[in-house]
Design a protein around this ligand. Structure first.
Ligand SMILES: Cc1cc2nc3c(=O)[nH]c(=O)nc-3n(C[C@H](O)[C@H](O)[C@H](O)COP(=O)(O)O)c2cc1C
Ligand code: SF4
Length: 398
């Protein structure tokens, strides 16, 4: 029977246990996306806490792919490679492996950050930010695919043990996969095969750039709560196609930026978001007052439950031939053990549980049955607008 502390291998990457730090934007890079000493220290702390694999916060493959928060990592130039080599060495020195998550944020960003109108498969308004993107041309699509391939090559050159494509949460790749955001009538939209074409082409070019033995992972949103959104059945078909084409692991998440906060079940930290996210700070008084008083009623955030993507992971694992990573709402060691023992997933991916409690894997190894200290208040996300990631629960902030 599989256990949390098995040693496993994904192609060239050997992992000492099944704990993964899921990609978490840290806000600890400089304006050009270079990692700061603070980020290196954070990763070393996580590695010393016992996690087997760290997946970095999303790193932008191009300037127009940056997110709306400051301090995002960048992997859009060869100049980044030496700094990332230092970071990788620090993590290896502390006993963990590290993968870089690469991303293009599509319409989930803002013109003020990237200097141009955000791009997306189709002109569909993001109702949470009121950003209307520009529909991508064939040239845009080719340029972004190439940017992903160059980025993947840099990831391998920097010494990372694997690369993960961010295909979840409404960012650009996920925007192509989901019928709500992809309304195209050409070969990039419509049928599942057509909506998969963008990620398939990115995969093909990344594979050519990194070679056959290098692990390429992908994170997907298996479900969301949009009317025309993605369903478990459809994402199982897509995951099967990803596995068949050669991806080496699939991380199962959920949600997009404008849905009911499904990805981060728990509280919606309205006040912190209105206070620190630029995109909302700049909205008019009426909007801000409405959101302050009725935000929770309008968004109707989904309640937290333990391991909320478990069913999706189980269904997907039955249809693929590669390891499945389960992320979302894992805080209790007994549940983590059961997920692995039952075979519903191969790896336990943790985000908030490790923000609150970076030593959790080591504690569990020592026999602790105590859950992570995270109480899903989501203030770590709420304050991302102006502050680096940290557990802000119980902290008085001005
Ligand atoms: C502060 C914060 C930053 C995040 N940044 C990323 C990111 O860069 N890439 C990503 O794929 N998901 C990101 N996520 C989502 C998490 O990886 C994860 O999918 C989600 O939080 C659910 O897992 P959890 O219940 O273990 O927190 C972020 C979440 C939080 C709270
Ligand atoms: S601020 Fe801390 S307790 Fe709140 S969700 Fe984030 S990690 Fe968990």
């Amino acid at each position: 029977m599989a256990t949390l502390f098995d040693t496993t291998r994904i192609k060239s990457m050997e992992l000492k246990n099944r704990f993964v730090r899921s990609a978490t934007h840290e806000g600890m890079s400089d304006g050009d996306g270079y990692p700061t000493p603070k980020l290196l220290n954070l990763y070393e702390r996580l590695a010393k806490g016992g996690v087997g694999l760290i997946i970095t916060g999303f790193a932008s493959v191009s300037r127009d792919g940056k997110c709306m928060f400051s301090g995002m990592q960048g992997i859009d130039s060869d100049g980044h490679i030496p700094k990332y080599r230092e970071l990788v060495d620090r993590v290896h020195g502390a006993g963990a492996k590290i993968a870089m998550q690469i991303a293009h944020c599509g319409r989930q960003t803002h013109r003020d950050v990237i200097g141009v109108q955000p791009i997306a498969p189709s002109r569909v308004l993001d109702t949470s930010t009121l950003v209307m993107p520009r529909e991508m041309t064939e040239e845009d699509i080719e340029r972004v695919i190439e940017a992903f391939a160059r980025a993947a090559w840099r990831v391998r050159e920097s010494g990372f043990d694997a690369v993960e494509l961010h295909g979840a949460h409404g960012y650009l790749i996920s925007g192509f996969l989901c019928s709500h955001t992809n309304r195209r009538k050409d070969r990039w939209g419509g049928s599942v095969e057509n909506r998969m074409r963008f990620v398939a082409e990115i995969y093909r070019r990344c594979r050519r750039a990194v070679g056959d033995d290098y692990p390429i992972l992908v994170k997907i949103s298996a479900t969301d709560s949009m009317r025309k959104g993605i369903t478990i059945g459809e994402s199982a078909v897509m995951a099967r196609m990803m596995s068949d084409m050669g991806f080496d692991g699939i991380e199962v998440s959920c949600g997009i930026g404008e849905d009911r906060f499904t990805m981060l079940r728990g509280d919606l930290p309205v006040e912190a978001i209105l206070q620190t996210w630029d995109i909302f700070r700049k909205k008019n008084v009426l909007y801000r007052l409405t959101m302050k008083h009725f935000g929770r009623m309008i968004v109707r955030p989904m309640a937290f439950t333990q391991a909320y993507n478990r069913e999706a992971a189980r269904v997907i694992r039955e249809s693929v031939r590669v390891p499945v990573f389960l992320v979302g709402g894992l805080t209790e060691p007994a549940v983590m053990e059961d997920v692995i023992a039952s075979g519903d997933a191969d790896y336990i991916s943790l985000c908030r549980a490790l923000i609150a409690d970076p030593k959790l894997p080591e504690r569990i190894r020592g026999g602790s049955k105590e859950p992570s200290r995270c109480i899903h208040c989501n203030l770590c996300l709420g304050y991302l607008g102006t502050r680096p990631v940290a557990c802000y629960h119980g902290k008085l902030l001005s």
